[in-house]
Write a protein that binds this ligand. Structure first.
Ligand code: ADP
Ligand code: MG
Length: 568
């Protein structure tokens, strides 16, 4: 380990030399109160910025262990420190100017969800805090401007560390509130199954967002209010009694006129698999965290899925017990999405008619008379939804404003009425009696088999110079091949996409062997993330990139959408 004086001397030596001489700064330097590590140095001022990290010892950082006793509290604290550091870094950024990205100081930008990230980790054993960030090493043209980097590392950065990463300089009440909220959210998650619920939405929650491009809460929105029939009161460790709508496991239908807030409620439930920050409006909207949003996704590739519970006797004679296509239709893609969600362990499916294939959802009476069942490969979800719950234990929440077909199957029917939910189960069921369900009883389908054993792709297996690139929130590109994740709607952050790219590589290089099932591969990945954190994914690579942890369900989704997926 070098001293900070070594670094100062080194900087003086390389001043005004050509940019690559910056590479010599790689290494660790002891600063007063922390260790600065220069992990990766950019090749020129226009390239991706250099990767640095700061490690503050537990004693120096001083966070009381009660703030991070539970893993969810630790994640919430890390999230807060990332935000605090990001605020200070934003002020310090570009104070030093120059060519390209000279002077940039930046860290992950956190949204409304609280995610585990590589940007900040707090070691629960030692209390050490590690923060990773990027710096654009300053230059004039391609000439090193070492005085600029000296100002960043010896003046601007120490202030960021001081203000954002030391307990004594932060607001203790705010940090305690964050830890308490995380514990309350955790308590709700634990209570859901005990109460036979698959989701909870607290009264007073603000579900709609400010706009289509802003995830902030809408101002002046109608606050959520549970229908009396579904109201439950939960006793939380810090907030005490919280009342709200408890959605029971089973089949829930959300109906109501257009524009009355159906999709907004469903969207909030989709993201209820994550914890939200204070002030978001969805802090106490908690959904079974295995829930998967299901939608039609025509054009996706499918490898060997058993979709026979929904699709059979295709005109081209294709086997739907091991269904493969490069270009799925609306209905086959939605069927595959359901079966893959089950494979990924989902206990709750979320669907919105707005994004569903109509022929996957329903087939009306007249059509059943005109086109005989033998001529129709699709068994709509309507005829399977009951057994999904009763035989497989998979609940469903469906938004369906345009068809009453699901009234018979539903256990609970909610009407959104000017953004306020009403329980209309009894009334709708009574009306439905006049319209007996169409179609005879099919009998249950055999449960889909989950025995797909993936093989590593030669393209990913061998090379160590594989190019990984997240394409915003839309997907990830591996060696220029795009994995489209636009319709994996519960991905909430581009750093999750980046992490999925690493998961894919890790799985192909170390886990897939033609014997492990896809489930076993993903379980192994999840165990790795649990034991070693996201850093465990990028062993060997210089500098850990900004990654955020995806759920197991999204890891499945990514592996399934890789067009190079091969099965043994
Ligand atoms: P639906 O799916 O029933 O057609 P949406 O959920 O898309 O309706 O909502 C329609 C509009 O109403 C959206 O612009 C949404 O932002 C707004 N909205 C939803 N919930 C609320 C609410 N609680 N208060 C105010 N506006 C809302
Ligand atoms: Mg809608």
């Amino acid at each position: 380990m070098h001293t900070s004086t070594d670094l100062r001397n080194l900087l003086a030596r390389i001043d005004r030399r050509s940019y690559p001489a910056y590479k010599d700064t790689r290494g660790e330097y002891q600063f007063p109160g922390y260790v600065l590590s220069i992990d990766h140095v950019q090749g020129d001022p226009f390239a991706a910025p250099s990767q640095l990290s700061v490690r503050v010892g537990g004693g120096q950082a001083g966070f009381p262990p009660q703030l991070y006793r539970l893993p969810c509290q630790r994640v919430a604290l890390q999230d807060e420190l990332t935000r605090q550091f990001g605020r200070r870094a934003g002020q310090a950024s570009f104070q030093v100017k120059g060519s390209g990205r000279s002077g940039l100081i930046s860290i992950s930008r956190c949204g409304q969800q609280v995610l585990e990230r590589t940007a900040c980790t707090l070691d629960p054993e030692t209390g050490n805090v590690l923060v990773r960030f990027e710096v654009g090493f300053p230059a004039n043209g391609r000439t090193i401007q070492a005085k600029g980097l000296e100002r960043i590392l010896f003046e601007l950065l120490p202030r960021c560390v001081e203000d954002a990463l030391l307990y004594r300089n932060l607001d203790p009440a705010r940090l305690q509130a964050i830890a308490d909220l995380a514990e309350d959210q955790h308590a709700i998650r634990q209570l859901l199954p005990q109460l036979g619920l698959c989701a909870f939405v607290a009264d007073g929650s603000i579900l709609p967002r400010a706009s289509g491009v802003s995830d902030l809460p809408m101002q002046g929105a109608v606050a959520f209010r549970s229908p009396q029939e579904l109201a439950v009161t939960l006793e939380l460790p810090h907030r005490g009694a919280v009342t709200g709508m408890g959605l029971k496991q089973g089949i829930t239908l959300i109906v109501g006129g257009g524009y009355h807030g159906k999709s907004t409620l469903l969207k909030a439930l989709e993201l209820g698999v994550y914890n939200h920050i204070a002030g978001d409006g969805r802090e106490y909207v908690v959904t079974d965290d295995t829930a998967v949003k299901i939608r039609a996704e025509d054009g996706r590739s499918i490898r060997g899925d058993d979709i026979s519970m929904f699709i059979n006797h295709l005109p081209n004679g294709k086997d739907t017990r091991r269904f493969t296509t490069e270009d799925a239709s609306g209905s086959t893609s939605q069927a595959a999405n359901v079966v893959e969600a089950m494979e990924a362990g989902a206990a709750l499916l979320l669907m919105d008619e707005d994004t569903s294939a109509t022929n996957f959802m329903i087939r009306d009476e007249l059509m059943q008379r005109v086109i005989h069942r033998d001529m129709e490969p699709i068994t709509p979800l309507l005829e399977r939804i009951g057994e999904l719950y009763h035989r497989q234990g998979v609940s469903t929440i469906i938004v369906a404003g345009s068809s009453g077909a699901y009234f018979h199957a539903a256990d609970c029917i909610l009407q959104m009425d000017r953004y306020v939910p009403k329980d209309i189960t009894a009334f709708a069921k009574q009306e439905a009696q006049a319209f007996p369900p169409v179609g005879g009883d099919l009998g249950p389908a055999p449960a889909p088999s989950f025995h797909r054993c993936p093989l590593p792709s030669p393209a990913l297996k061998s090379g160590d110079r594989i190019k990984l690139k997240a394409m915003g929130r839309d997907g990830v590109s591996v060696n220029r091949e795009n994995i489209d994740l636009r319709y994996v709607e519960q991905l909430s952050d581009e750093e999750q996409c980046a992490a999925l790219g690493y998961c894919l590589l890790y799985a192909h290089q170390r886990l897939m062997d033609g014997r492990r099932t896809l489930r076993q591969v993903v379980d192994e990945l999840d165990r790795l993330l649990e034991a070693k954190g996201l850093e465990g994914l990028c062993g060997g690579r210089a500098g850990v990139p900004f990654l955020a942890r995806p759920r197991k369900q999204e890891i499945f989704a990514c592996l399934n959408r890789y067009r190079g997926l091969k099965l043994s």
